[in-house]
Design a protein around this ligand. Structure first.
Ligand code: GLC
Ligand code: CA
Length: 546
């Protein structure tokens, strides 16, 4: 077993060496038998995360919330939702995590609040209430919204409030009214809330749909509004001043140029962003994520290469293939049947060999898979809205279900699989979302007892990032760009050279290893031996010093 290296968090940009682990609290570990994960559950599992070796936890929202969108609808920015526990539990979590060298990164939703936030309740009272302008309103008549903008989750982006004769704007659910960033008092309230958590010892933030805060609905602008970077610079100056805080923005709209604006150090906006170009490659162009296309490996390689080279020395990448909004990667780009373990390790190798900060989503380290439920069992409002909408459009039900099984967000949200007990050790009661039926085979206890498990492989991947400067700093060269089966690349930094080779298929594929690496040391591989006919989903990480 590898001993965890504890990073020095007083070091500037410590997060460039770090690996983060995302927890979706509702599905991680329940301790009081209500079928819902909680903060005490996370505290109980900190030793597991320390063994894995991660440096920080990105905690999906635990703030007070009516849970219309699983906490991405906050009704009090400075309170913990009772469903997850108390403020005391949160303080214990921060302290216990810190003891293990693990930072807590909270998930801030600053684009919108819940309609149950008292600001919005005040805003509803009258047009001249001081809180009215905290939200985005337009005058109008019933059934005649200001324009045809749609909400991301279906339906109109405008909801009418008859007694005000006004519509409010919501890019997401009706229960998630957009905050008006033009209002300075509102911005100051948000900064105060952020400082509240920094004072409690939180060491960073993930910023939900942060590229959408500077919306201008009159011009149908949602992402990248003209004032976006001014707002981010103010936010960073006023709220993130603390040296060493890490910030990662969720930016679906980022291309390389925009990512540089967000993450270039001298601009003092964010540490890094999540960009989604790679993860949207297997959907039909101009359509929705439900409109599936098989992945083209050359396209993925071109995309990764462009980002690696584009941000090298000019910004900072985050590295991920999974989160609470995405299906399980082993079911998506790997093989969740015969080669589940091999392909989970291969995908991890491809990602963790790159430059940037890796994020592991809970259960990814076990190779957890997608789930197939009937429509009534899904909880996610996005799935339910899309199902209704597509049925109305006359799309065959079987086709809709295929899309949901492949892409629905609940794939990632099923309870964490800890052991072979009833409900997979997640809870003693019926969980809020069904446990995947494969939990008897795929669970943390089995993984910890098996030296060849995905878990121990991920532990090595995490440890390697700290041992080899080339992983943190090296440049990137893509090998065999047109090859449809193999993803291979070289990283270089000073005298260190690294070569990563991944077979993305269930076939045997010969690979012409670059001459320099023929006798190289194998840092990590998911198969024994050193054959250059790659076996199904084989992955190798080779290392040289010259
Ligand atoms: C982000 C979150 C997602 C949420 C949405 C609205 O995309 O990751 O879960 O539904 O924002 O807050
Ligand atoms: Ca609970």
């Amino acid at each position: 077993m590898v001993k965890k290296t504890v990073l020095d968090k007083t070091e500037r940009a410590w997060w460039k060496k770090a690996v983060f682990y995302q927890i979706y609290p509702k599905s991680f570990q329940d301790t009081n038998g209500d079928g819902l994960g909680d903060l005490q559950g996370i505290i109980e599992r900190l030793d597991y995360l320390e063994t894995l070796g991660v440096d920080g936890i990105w905690l999906s929202p635990v703030f007070a919330s009516p849970q219309a969108d699983n906490g991405y609808d906050i009704s009090d920015y400075c309170a913990i939702d009772p469903m997850f526990g108390t403020m005391q539990d949160m303080e214990t979590l921060i302290a216990e995590a810190k003891k293990r060298g693990i930072s807590i990164i909270m998930d801030l939703v600053l684009n919108h609040s819940s309609d149950e936030h008292w600001w919005f309740q005040e805003a509803l009272k009258s047009r001249d209430n001081p809180y009215h302008d905290y939200y985005v309103w337009r005058d109008g008549k019933a059934d005649c919204p200001p324009n045809d903008m749609g909400s991301v989750f279906g339906g109109s982006a405008w909801t009418y409030v008859p007694h005000l004769k006004q519509y409010y704007f919501h890019q997401f659910l009706e229960k998630q009214p957009d905050l008006n960033w033009e209002n300075e008092a509102m911005r100051k309230e948000l900064y105060k809330a952020i400082r509240f958590w920094v004072d409690k010892g939180v060491e960073g933030f993930r910023l939900d749909v942060i590229d959408q805060i500077a919306k201008e609905p009159d011009h149908k602008i949602t992402a990248n509004g003209p004032r976006l970077h001014a707002f981010l610079q103010e936010l960073s100056r006023e709220a993130f001043m603390e040296a060493g805080l890490v910030t990662v923005g969720e930016t679906w709209s980022a291309n390389i140029e925009r990512a540089k604006l967000f993450s270039a150090e001298e601009r003092k906006e964010l540490s890094m962003v999540f960009q989604f170009e790679h993860i949207c490659l297997d959907q039909q162009e101009g359509k929705e994520k439900w409109d599936i296309l098989p992945l083209s490996l050359p396209k993925l390689k071109e995309c990764v290469c462009r980002w690696q080279q584009g941000l090298h020395t000019e910004g900072w990448n985050s590295l991920f293939m999974n989160n609470h909004d995405l299906p399980r990667i082993v079911s998506r780009w790997g093989n969740d049947a015969e080669y589940r373990v091999e392909s989970a390790k291969m995908l991890g190798t491809m990602l963790h060999g790159l430059q940037g900060t890796p994020y592991i989503y809970q259960g990814e380290e076990l190779g957890m898979t997608n789930i197939k439920l009937d429509i009534a069992s899904y909880v996610d409002p996005e799935i339910q809205n899309m199902y209704r909408e597509r049925i109305k459009r006359g799309i065959p039900e079987a086709e809709i279900m295929e899309s949901i099984w492949a892409r629905g967000r609940d794939n990632a949200r099923t309870p964490m699989q800890w052991n072979t007990e009833r409900f997979a050790g997640f809870s003693t009661a019926e969980p809020w979302l069904p446990v995947n039926a494969n939990y008897e085979a795929i669970n943390a206890e089995n993984a910890l007892n098996d030296p060849d498990s995905v878990f121990w492989y991920y532990q090595k991947l995490i440890a390697l990032r700290k041992q080899y400067a080339v992983l943190q700093l090296g440049d990137f060269t893509l090998l065999c760009p047109k090859d449809e089966k193999i993803f291979a690349y070289v990283r270089r930094w000073n005298d260190q050279k690294l070569c990563v080779v991944c077979n993305f298929t269930a076939e045997e594929v010969p690979f012409a290893v670059p001459a320099a690496f023929a006798g190289a040391q194998i840092l990590l591989t998911n198969y024994a031996g050193k054959s250059w006919v790659l076996r199904p989903y084989e992955a190798k990480m080779l290392y040289l010093e010259v």
